[in-house]
Design a protein around this ligand. Sequence first.
Ligand code: MF3
Ligand code: CO
Ligand code: CO
Length: 270
Amino acid sequence: MDEKSGGRRTRDNIRIYSPADFAGMHAAGRVAAEILDEIAPLVFPGQTTAEIDRVITEKVQAKGSTSATIGYKGYQHASCISVNHVVCHGIPGDKVLKDGDILNIDVTVIVDGWFGDTSRMYVAGKLSRKAERLIQVTHDALMKGIEAVKPGNTFGDIGAAIQTYVEANRMSVVRDFCGHGLGRVFHAPPNVLHYGRAGLGPVLEEGMFFTIEPMVNLGRPETKVLSDDWTAVARDKSLSAQFEHSIGVTADGYDIFTLSPAGKFYPTWG
Ligand code: MF3
Ligand code: CO
Ligand code: CO
């Protein structure tokens, strides 16, 4: 298969895509990012996460794309919506948003076989100072990780950039979940850790596609998964935030596939 499609894999089993493949990733990433732009007005106190997911499901279809999460390992929704102390993989439902809630909405679509995976933070009503600081640090940590992406650097450089910044701000990086290779598949090698040591890990090469999606807690980094087998929460119930981009490594840096066409990646409000 790889031979047929001209694909090559590194010694760490990371797929190297061709320059032409970047266009496919841009198309998929744009659809996912547009959906996250368009649902921003739906986030307000009194709204349910099920209603937000219903509109996302509709938009995925209307844009001629497919949800990557519906049917994935038995998951039944077009988005994950993770409120307050939920770290990731929150399941949309009758939960009613209340004033001051912060939430991550994560959408993955498939367009012509290419996967676009992105998430960002929203607020229902008024944002508290501590939540604002958490969200800002998490966004900036993602961007510091992305800025470490160029051929010759390592995955450890990405993790170290994120961890150093988060811990300098006296917050913690979740270790139990990581970013991932993607492309024509949802989750592929490598695991993209959001912590680590500069210079360690696989070397970045032009044509690698992966996500960076740090989860940051105001308290301790430990998580636990609830009995629904999906919802991951901060063990100490502290507030948690996450941002995610899908990116590709270029000859001299990176290409972000999931940029917000409306310029609303951060902040989504105001
Ligand atoms: N989009 C998530 C990620 O960033 C994965 C969600 S899988 C699901 O990798 F099944 F929970 F939707
Ligand atoms: Co992802
Ligand atoms: Co995602």
